[in-house]
Design a protein around this ligand. Structure first.
Ligand code: ADP
Ligand code: MG
Length: 285
């Protein structure tokens, strides 16, 4: 019998195989393979439909499987944030189709889309976007208030999420009392508190030192290991190397797309950790 591990923070419920969009089971669908989490078909996004047009995305066709960990790379202005806004249903493509779990977003009403954004997708941004002069706990509880959880459930789940990112002892600190790395961990807790199946992160390590970057990447790797789909935007090759697939944008187009680790493999950062752990175990045998 294995002893309890009191130092291990409670983890949110695993999400493996949970779809982003719940659909009524139909016999027609039974036995069919699940569609990818994300399908973009010939998606273009043009800003400023007037005198000056900016073609931020051009004919992007892309699939991301459920449980994948994809990095989106590209230089500044290549369309990364535009792509994330579309993936997160924060913005609509000018042309082309976007299917989430096989469902075209054009077939969803505002309520469906709001639900998707609030509960199924967790967002993490470069500048953390925490509410100032508000405790870490209250920041993490915020999405749960929108999702209609009662006070007790909000508190409990927010505490769990903060523990999962190693911030259990900082629940009453305000953002200004936390380091950048700690603020980003609070932001990650806020992103995962609704138990989303997909995490979208736009340059989440862009303002962090290398130690905090490593911590945040480890948390993402753990979330992916639980079955969550992760899309991580970065322009840093070291950060992209922690994903299982690297998609590169150039001038609003996909110019490169390579798989760097198997879809069902552990993310590289955990693999490294495990090897180290293994060696440690050997020397103590
Ligand atoms: P990245 O995140 O890779 O730096 P963005 O997606 O932010 O790139 O931007 C892609 C292109 O679209 C850039 O040329 C940018 O100036 C332009 N752009 C982004 N957002 C807007 C907007 N709201 N209005 C007009 N142009 C925009
Ligand atoms: Mg950007």
């Amino acid at each position: 019998m294995s002893p309890p591990t009191p130092h291990e923070p409670p983890r949110p419920r695993p999400v493996r195989e949970r779809p982003l969009v719940e659909r009524v089971a139909s016999p027609r669908r039974a036995g069919r393979r699940r569609p990818p989490a994300i399908v973009l078909r010939d998606v273009s996004k043009t800003y400023g439909l007037g005198a000056i047009e900016v073609r931020a995305l051009q004919h992007v066709t892309l699939q991301i499987a459920r449980g994948d960990f994809a990095a989106i790379m590209g230089s500044s202005g290549s369309g990364k944030t535009t792509l994330m806004n579309i993936l997160g249903c924060l913005d609509l493509p000018t042309r082309g189709r976007y299917l989430i779990d096989g469902v075209d977003i054009r077939d969803m009403d505002e309520d469906d889309l709001a639900d998707l954004r609030n509960r199924k997708i967790g967002f993490v941004f470069q500048s953390f976007n925490l509410v100032a002069r508000t405790s870490a706990l209250a920041n993490v509880e915020l999405p749960l208030a929108y999702a209609g959880f009662d006070r007790r459930a909000r508190r409990q789940r927010a505490q769990q999420a903060l523990a999962a990112v190693g911030m259990a002892r900082r629940t009453h600190h305000q953002p200004s009392e936390l380091s950048g790395g700690q603020q980003q961990r609070v932001a990650v807790a806020r992103a995962l508190v609704t138990n989303p199946t997909m995490i979208l992160a736009d340059e989440p390590t862009g303002n962090l030192d290398s130690h905090s970057t490593e911590e945040v990447l480890r948390i993402f790797a753990g979330l992916n290991q639980e079955g969550r789909t992760i899309v991580l935007i970065t322009h840093e090759p070291d950060v992209a190397a922690q994903a299982k697939r690297v998609i590169t944008l150039g001038d609003g187009r996909v110019i490169d797309d390579r798989r760097t680790a198997g879809l069902h493999d552990q993310p590289p950062v955990l693999h490294r950790q495990k090897s180290a752990h293994h060696l440690y175990g050997e020397t103590h045998r």
